[in-house]
Design a protein around this ligand. Structure first.
Ligand code: GCO
Length: 433
């Protein structure tokens, strides 16, 4: 295994903190619309990490990991246009200071999907150039105020989800279904990344990167149509992000398909692509499963997901550890920078019995994936692995119905109970140090 391999655990602002109705994000609005989020649940209380963060940092400490990956809520910092919240900034200062005190490194993401509602109301989400300027204004504040306390910084988490799930499939906030919006949101969210990269490089000098979710795409019914669907789905979900960030261009096959659908691409400027492809210090990869697809004539993007008979998690996602390595290999076609697996983990239907959760399936999932990563860490220059997630939390469209945590959360009392997987991960880390 690589020397200094980082063990970590991950979570994200909206999913754990609780907004306590002090500000509003696009997920609050989305959750109010019927049929979008399980039982119309939202992040008002979440895990109440806002109040319980010291206890949570202690649990991270006891787990024995080196690093905690968290995100900052843009809306907590800028609850309204032009209004900076001192309380918001101070919360993150306290959290980061507590991590430092406990000797845990921080890996901080500036955008994990919780766009303030006022930005959406102004410009309709990531589909407008102005969103990039609002984001830059926020990012500058975060960087200026927090850089001393941060060890690793990432601009975005999974821009594919913001653009493709949020603006094409309608499965994530803001819940739009529009092909043109997919490419606009893709481009402008990446441009926001590029603008922040420029500001950071000119003023600061720690590690800054981006987190992409990559899933290896394949079909199990090999024919010309399905193979084409595999390529296009790979372009839409993986290469549409890898290529601009590392090569400064979008995949030709994707652009051709968009042109065929009469989409005017003149909003994509060369100078944008220059900013977007500024060198990063690391790449974070989030991965849970592969993407099994087939040709679908009725979809403008020509593919649909299909079911396999492989073992599955509670999300109905196939358990495919080797596909994680395939995704890292794909990223390696683009870049030599250090790679961190910034999210990997699984939801299962946990039961709390006598103050215990015996989550054997999660334990096996995590240890299988982690051991594979350790084995391949030298060959692929993988410098760390973060489990998703520290604790059960608001799982987006699934609300609180899916549990990914290695710590169980009782949503009535907010009591935390480490699961069996927490203790086995702790043991694994200890024996590797
Ligand atoms: C993700 C997200 C997490 C999800 C996790 C499980 O980046 O997709 O970072 O917020 O909760 O992936 O779906």
């Amino acid at each position: 295994m690589k020397n200094n391999f980082t063990y970590g655990v991950s979570a994200a602002s909206y999913q754990i903190e609780g907004t306590h109705n002090k500000f509003e994000t696009i997920w609050d609005t989305f959750a109010k619309k019927d049929g979008c989020v399980h039982n119309n649940e939202d992040g008002t209380f979440a895990c109440d990490h806002y109040n319980l963060f010291k206890e949570d940092v202690q649990l991270i400490k006891d787990l024995g990991v080196d690093s905690y990956r968290l995100s900052i809520s843009w809306a907590r910092v800028f609850p309204e246009k032009g209004v900076l919240s001192r309380d918001g900034i101070d919360f993150y200062k306290s959290l980061l200071t507590e991590l430092k005190r406990q000797n845990i490194k921080s890996n901080v993401t500036m955008y994990h999907w919780d766009m303030p509602s006022w930005v959406y109301d102004e410009v309709g989400g990531w589909i407008h150039l102005d969103a990039t300027e609002y984001f830059l204004e926020y990012a500058k504040v975060i960087i200026d105020e927090l850089d001393d306390l941060v060890d690793m910084l990432a601009t975005l988490n999974e821009p594919m989800c913001s653009a493709y799930l949020g603006h094409y499939l309608g499965l994530h906030a803001p819940g739009h279904r529009d092909l043109e919006e997919y490419i606009k949101a893709t481009h402008y969210i990446l441009l926001a990344h590029g603008k922040v990269m420029k500001y950071y490089r000119e003023n600061y000098k720690k590690q800054i990167g981006i987190v992409l979710n990559l899933s290896h795409v394949l079909t199990d019914a090999d024919n010309d149509d399905n193979n084409m669907a595999v390529n296009i789905h790979d372009a839409v979900t993986n290469r549409a992000y890898l290529e601009p960030v590392f090569n400064g261009s979008y995949p030709e096959d994707l652009l051709n398909l968009l042109r065929k659908n009469n989409i005017d691409l003149s909003f994509i400027k060369d100078e944008d692509l220059k900013l977007i492809s500024a060198p990063v210090d690391f790449l974070g990869i989030n991965n849970y499963t592969h993407a099994l697809v087939e040709y679908d004539q009725s979809n403008q993007l020509l593919s649909k997901g299909v079911q396999s008979d492989l073992p599955k998690t509670a999300m109905d996602w196939d358990i495919t550890p080797e596909s994680l390595i395939k995704s890292v290999e794909q990223a390696r076609e683009y870049t030599d920078v250090p790679i961190y697996i910034t999210e990997n983990g699984a939801a299962f239907d946990d039961e709390l019995i006598n103050d215990e959760v015996v989550d054997n399936e999660r334990e096996e999932y995590i240890l299988t994936h982690l051991k594979l990563i350790e084995q391949e860490s030298v060959r692929l220059n993988i410098q760390g692995y973060y489990v998703w997630s520290l604790m059960d939390n608001f799982e987006w469209a699934y609300g609180y119905s899916k549990r990914f945590g290695i710590i169980y959360v009782d949503y009535k009392t907010y009591k935390r109970t480490p699961k069996k997987s927490y203790y086995s991960l702790k043991k694994h880390i200890l024996s590797n140090k």
